[in-house]
Design a protein around this ligand. Sequence first.
Ligand code: 6PG
Length: 237
Amino acid sequence: MANAAAAFVLEVGKEAIRTKGRFCIALSGGMTPATLYRALTSPPVADRFDWAQTTFFFSDERCVPPDDPRSNYALAQKALFDPLNIAPAQIYRMAGESKDPLAAATEYEQQIRLATNTLSTAPPSLDLILLGLGEDGHTASLFPGASILQDHQRAIAATQSPKDPANRITMTLAAINRANVILFLVAGAGKAGVVRAILDPKTEADRRLPASLVRPEVGRLMWFLDRAAAAELQIQY
Ligand code: 6PG
C-alpha cells in the first residue's frame, strides 16, 4: 500500500510541477503516514522526484511543541524532511506549541493563503491532501459530532479532540474538499469496520461520519488500503 501510494503521490507531484511549476501537498497526522514517508525516502523513489519544487503543509496538528513525540510535524521532520533534505522555507508547519490555538489557526490560514496566492474569499486549493482515518470515523482533527464540521467559512480552525492531546489545529472540510487530490491512507484490521461504513454506508450515522463528508468539489478522492483495512468491503481483488 505504501509503495503504491508513494508512486501515486509522485505522479500527482510531477503533473503539478509540469503545469504550475510547484507541488503543494498537505501531510496528515497519526502513525500510518510513516509507511508512506519510508517509501518516499527510499533511494529509487526519492531520486526520481524534484523535491525542491515541493511546498509542504499539514492537514492537522496536535497542540504540542514541535519536538514532542505526539507532534505530526516531528514525525514528518524525522521520517521525511530530514532524509530528503527539505529546506525549512519549503515547510509550513502549524504552531502546535502556541498557547492560543485559535490565533495559531488564524495565523496558519493567512500563511497558507499567502503561500498559495489564494484570495480571502475562497479556501486555498492544494494539489494533494493526505488524510488518515480514526476508528471513530474522524479524519484530520475533525471528530464525530464536532461543530466544526459545519464550518464552511474558515480553512483552518482550532478544535477539541476526545483523543490526547485535546487541543488541535485542523483544516476544515471547506479547505479539504477544495483540493485537487485527496488521498486517504488507511491500514490495519482495526479500521475495517469504519472503512466499510464510509465506503459502503448503510445508515445515516455512517453518512455523517467526518470522513464521509470528505467529498472533493472538483478534485479526485483516492483511498489506499491494505487488505486488513479493506476486509469488510464487498470488493473482489
Ligand atoms: C491526528 C491525525 C488523525 C489520524 C488518525 C489515524 O493528528 O491524529 O491527523 O486524523 O490520521 O487518527 O491515525 P493512525 O494513522 O495513527 O491510525
